[in-house]
Design a protein around this ligand. Structure first.
Ligand code: PGA
Length: 248
């Protein structure tokens, strides 16, 4: 793990009703003493209430996606400015569930990253190969291509992170070996340095995909792993807090 505080982000996906705010409050209470940066990304419907509920705690709130325009005739979409207005400080962009189900290309993700910066949000930009791409020996090329295509030059000098999430590891209970994670994170690091020079050496690279209390310590202490993006295990305070603790 790098010297900077690890970032542990919970991606609640399409889960959470108002009753779930109690879980977020329990996370904030348990994370009081943590050295990690902790963020919960609830569905947009809960953002405002969660940011109010967590005000004054160490836990930040983030969005799961943002449209690239500030406002307009885009039914059902939420802009980065709206997320910021609701209290978000960070935003996940380019998650594979959006790249796959919504056809988001690297160009779309890059436009969303620019929108996040415009709104003052810190982007967490997701990349990751499918199982077929890994089996074909293309994982490194696919992921470094996504890094180059999804990170616009405007990120220079701005706070952001990259999340490596192998598509086949998301929600499946499968994870790459530590050696595979390290190999990929080193390749992403090299791309970041190519793109952003010395500053690219400091960008946190998170790992995501079936992170849980039982594997968090090993993953979080692997080379070039600067934190975790956690889906399923972020929904329960006890599990998420065990991962936050493993980051220390
Ligand atoms: P998972 O999801 O932890 O449930 O595998 C991770 C993610 O999709 O960000």
């Amino acid at each position: 793990m790098t010297a900077r505080a690890p970032l542990i982000a919970g991606n609640w996906k399409m889960n959470g009703l108002r009753a779930s705010l109690a879980e977020a409050a329990a996370i904030a209470k348990g994370a009081e003493q943590s050295a990690a940066r902790v963020v919960i990304c609830p569905p947009a419907s809960l953002l405002h209430q969660m940011s109010e509920a967590l005000a004054g705690t160490r836990v930040l709130v983030g969005g799961q996606d943002a449209h690239w325009e500030e406002s307009g005739a885009f039914t059902g979409e939420v802009s980065a400015e709206m997320l910021a207005d609701a209290g978000a400080k960070l935003v996940i962009l380019g998650h594979s569930e959006r790249r796959t189900a919504r056809g988001e290309t690297d160009e779309v993700v890059a436009a969303k990253v620019r929108a996040a910066l415009r709104a003052g949000l810190e982007p967490i930009v997701c990349v990751g190969e499918t199982l077929g791409e890994r089996q074909a020996g293309q994982a490194l090329a696919v992921v470094t291509g996504q890094v180059r295509g999804s990170l616009p030059a405007e990120l220079a000098g701005r706070a952001f992170s990259v999340a490596y999430e192998p598509v086949w590891a998301i929600g499946t209970g499968l994870t790459p070996t530590t050696a595979e994670i390290e190999e990929m994170h080193r390749a992403i690091r090299a791309s970041l340095v190519e793109l952003f020079g010395a500053a690219g050496a400091d960008t946190p690279i998170l790992y995501g995909g079936s992170v849980k209390p039982s594997n968090a310590r090993e993953i979080l202490h692997a080379a070039e792993v600067g934190g975790a993006l956690v889906g399923g295990a972020s929904l329960k305070a006890v599990d998420f807090l065990a991962i936050v603790e493993a980051a220390a």
